[in-house]
Design a protein around this ligand. Sequence first.
Ligand code: ATP
Length: 263
Amino acid sequence: AMGEIRPSAMREAIYWSDIGGQQEIKQKLKESIEWPLKHPEKFSKFGIRPPKGILLYGPPGCSKTLMAKALSTEAGLNFIAVKGPELFSKWVGESEKAVREVFRKARAASPSIIFFDEIDALTIKRGIGGEGGTSVVERVLSQLLNELDGIESLVNVTVDNALMRPGRIDRILYVGPPDLMSRREIFSIQLKKMSCGLDVDAEEFASMTDGYSGAEVVAVCQEAAMCAMDEDLDAKEVRRDHFLKALSSFTRRITPEMIEFYE
Ligand code: ATP
């Protein structure tokens, strides 16, 4: 039978080893969050505090969410996911309450990580400044910043991927498209989950996917498997030619222009 293709489900625990490459970012997150939590005495000896807020930015599909999840698994943090748009309510007071509630939950579940996703919705709404929209955004933002200020004494609450401004977000990390070595690792991780022919070589595919995001690399593997099944529903394995076919017809999701925008 074919090896199963298992897309990493949302709730599944993610470990550092599930993330191909991106060593530098992993290392920075370990140093700045995992170490202080695991060895607080070493850090207090030098008067170093873990950062309160970290902003991960970069083109889509390049492992920002995976990083936050691995961090929560490996550092033993409860993962509290908040989608930016969920915080918006046109009712005065409701948005602030929603933000307070998120932080209350995080404190109760401490040590925890609050992961703000789709926070760009904030900036977009802000930019357009549509009626009503601006004031809700301002309210969410100011409550968020209030809560972040209050965290000073709460070493055990870490806010990840939140908002700007010095003193609140003390680390900004660019998570870019995987380099050659990282892509080879992502391919290897995927290939291990599939039954592959002996002619399948992660190194070769990595060299053919310059500029691809991690999500695109994963998608190529899935399409290759589909090619194999298309040809023969009872296919025993995915072969090199299936990968080449998938690569030649692959529709890119991130473009050089998008990457330039983030850099
Ligand atoms: P967005 O900005 O769209 O939220 P993101 O940077 O948060 O994107 P992720 O959600 O972390 O991206 O990645 C999307 C998917 O791509 C992952 O679930 C995983 O399947 C795959 N992926 C991305 N990068 C890697 C990687 N370095 N190793 C393994 N899989 C990866």
